[in-house]
Ligand binder design. Structure first.
Ligand code: SF4
Ligand code: SF4
Length: 99
């Protein structure tokens, strides 16, 4: 079984994954890359409310797994993103709209 928070904690923030992520390369914003998505996933995995930016970040992952191929910590990045996303889809009231 996936321990998503433990996977997030393995991230060394090296940034190698960003160079190969198509959404990061297209948009050049950290929350559209794997490293940023892991950070967003941490918020989604907690039970508190989150900004709609968190959902946007997680929902725009293409699941290509390019990031996983280069991650030196072998983090199950896509599984973490999908688990975090599922939690928000299950309880959409947790997502706050941005002003
Ligand atoms: S390559 Fe892996 S350890 Fe490095 S920032 Fe990306 S997810 Fe974190
Ligand atoms: S799986 Fe998602 S986060 Fe990883 S490289 Fe592909 S689009 Fe980026």
């Amino acid at each position: 079984m996936l321990d998503a928070l433990a996977e997030v904690d393995k991230c060394a923030r090296c940034g190698f994954c960003e160079a190969v992520c198509p959404t990061y390369n297209a948009l050049r914003m950290r929350h559209y890359g794997p490293r940023g998505r892991l950070r967003m996933a941490r918020a989604a995995l907690a039970d508190s409310s989150v900004s709609s930016l968190v959902l946007e970040s997680l929902a725009t992952c293409l699941r290509c797994r390019a990031c996983e191929l280069v991650c030196p910590a072998s983090i199950r990045i896509v599984d973490v993103i999908m688990e975090a996303r599922r939690r928000l889809y299950e309880d959409p009231r947790r997502v706050r709209r941005r002003a």
